[in-house]
Design a protein around this ligand. Structure first.
Ligand code: AMP
Ligand code: MG
Length: 492
């Protein structure tokens, strides 16, 4: 049986989009985890993927039939500074898998050895960042956030030299595509208008086919990317997710979250929260994420100017108008999501003060982001099983009582029944998120003691983030002060 149904459209693009590059074999491939539901969705045999032959493929030691491995090139603004030459420095795209339901997905190996774009790096990844990406990307998927996925991870049997020697690993990552804002920026910086048009046509056909039949397909593409990213970042905000490195090379045209380097979910609410060890200025702090996404999308618009309109002034006018739509699109998505979190059908102008006041109180009292919202879901209706309330883990301080009373009064205007409201609030207010101290504990157990059970249990728990089970209370509990992990590091 052909294990994987490849059809590699990116590898059929002109040669200046990539360098052909096979993954570099490793010493001793070992299985870490296989994502069987995802394998099944892709039409990949889970038993095969979990066999030594599958592990060898994930580690990069064998190529499946039909793979055409390439390292793609891109550019990007990193922390605001433009780098005209980035690219897959530690990853290769094996090819595109067409799933049984006809959808096309990139299958990429991350940590698979040096490429033409490694810029002196070793092309490898330590085990820790691979586990972090596996845990958080799969959790994001279960939370309903568009994201790259983790198909499988394998250990390499080699060490990688970082601040110390660390075990190496490879992640098999799946995305609708890995085409970034920075991919367009690469050709724009080189004034390669032909390549821009080829790339625009490619992403329209692949991700935005509805744009093709509009008067200006590139404009429709730009507008659609802006809408998807506005919705995506709203979802991050509503879950307290801090990406950590929202560079333009880390924003995908398909609208999926990518690059789980220094990311983290916040525990206590703090709009200024930053986790990334290299983000000294707080550029990518929680509250800055929407503004940064807006700025990044203006970089996309700028890159697309030569293919937006033959008349440069007209191109700028079209681009500006599209970019200017971002704040309203973000606000609409964010407000709709906030309404779901609060058990309201919609948030009207008369509710704005109520919402603002909640954020203010949450920051002032440093309430746990996740449990505070979850507790609201407890409070709208009695739980069928009392122990399924999170009251043992979290209770609002007295200072919140006046706000809670106002909110209850507001709920009386809602048409839904309390039980219905609780069901939908539970779905908007997860109880299990990949808390940073739990992620770090899973990484430490695997890296220091070769123990993967902590990792496996965490991934298992996060498969059902919305249903509270009291026996899993530890996974829902915020860190004690000494457990707080204040910083995360890039996965390099
Ligand atoms: P990131 O911070 O993950 O977005 O990576 C930024 C750039 O650095 C990308 O072009 C990566 O391919 C490259 N890079 C990161 N880590 C390595 C590594 N270990 N070896 C080579 N290139 C790397
Ligand atoms: Mg990146």
């Amino acid at each position: 049986m052909e294990p994987i149904a490849f059809d590699n459209s990116y590898a059929r693009l002109p040669e200046r989009f990539y360098a052909r590059q096979a993954p570099e074999p490793v010493s001793a491939p070992g299985p870490i985890r296989v994502n069987r539901p995802l394998a099944a969705a892709l039409g990949i045999d889970g038993d095969w993927l979990d066999s030594p032959a599958g592990t060898a493929m994930v580690a990069g030691n064998t190529l499946p039939p039909g793979a055409e491995p390439i390292a793609t090139v891109y550019a990007g603004h990193q922390f605001g500074g433009f780098n005209p030459q980035l690219g897959d420095g530690r990853a290769v795209l094996l090819g595109e898998v067409v799933s049984p339901d006809g959808l096309r997905y990139d299958l990429q190996l991350k940590g698979s050895g040096p490429t033409a774009w490694s810029r002196g790096g070793d092309g490898r990844s330590p085990l820790g960042p691979v586990l972090r990406e596996y845990i958080v990307s799969e959790a994001m998927h279960r939370l309903g956030v568009p994201t790259t996925r983790s198909l499988a991870a394998a250990s390499t049997g080699d060490t990688v030299a970082r601040e110390r020697f660390l075990p190496g690993a490879v992640l098999a990552r799946v995305a609708s595509s890995h085409i970034r804002i920075g991919t367009f920026q690469y050709y724009a910086a080189r004034k390669d208008t032909d390549a821009l048009q080829v790339l625009a046509d490619h992403v329209i056909a692949r991700h935005y086919p509805e744009a093709r039949d509009t008067e200006n397909p590139v404009l429709a593409l730009l507008q659609a990317v802006i809408a998807r990213q506005a919705a995506l970042v709203a979802q991050w905000q509503l879950l307290g997710f801090i990406h950590g490195v929202v560079n333009t090379d880390n924003m995908l045209i398909c609208g999926e979250t990518i690059d789980y380097g220094p990311c983290a979910f916040m525990d206590a609410f703090n709009p200024q929260q930053v986790y990334s060890s290299i983000d000294h200025g707080g550029r990518y702090a929680y509250r800055n994420q929407p503004g940064i996404a807006h700025w990044n999308l203006s970089c996309l618009a700028q890159a697309l100017l030569p293919v937006l309109d033959d008349n440069p002034e007209q191109a700028v006018a079209l681009a500006q108008k599209a970019v200017d739509a971002f704040p309203d699109l973000f606000l609409a998505a964010n407000t709709a999501g906030m309404a779901r979190k609060l058990g309201l059908q919609a948030i009207g102008e008369q509710d704005t003060a109520l919402v603002e006041e909640l954020w203010h109180l949450m920051a002032e009292h440093e309430l746990d982001f996740t449990l505070a919202f979850r507790r609201l879901a407890d409070l709208v209706a009695p739980r069928e099983h009392a122990e399924q309330a999170v009251s043992a883990l979290f209770e609002f301080p007295d200072a919140l009582q006046p706000w809670l009373a106002r909110w209850h009064t507001r709920l009386e205007q809602e048409p839904s029944s309390p039980a219905e409201r609780q069901r939908s609030m539970d779905l908007a207010n997860p109880v299990f998120i990949p808390r940073n101290h739990l992620v770090e504990a899973a990484i430490a157990a695997a890296t220091d003691r070769g123990d993967l059970t902590v990792f496996h249990q965490l991934v298992d728990v996060l498969e059902a983030p919305h249903a509270y089970r009291p026996e899993l209370a530890l996974y829902a509990t915020p860190p004690r002060p000494e457990q707080v992990v204040p910083q995360t590091f890039c996965g390099t």
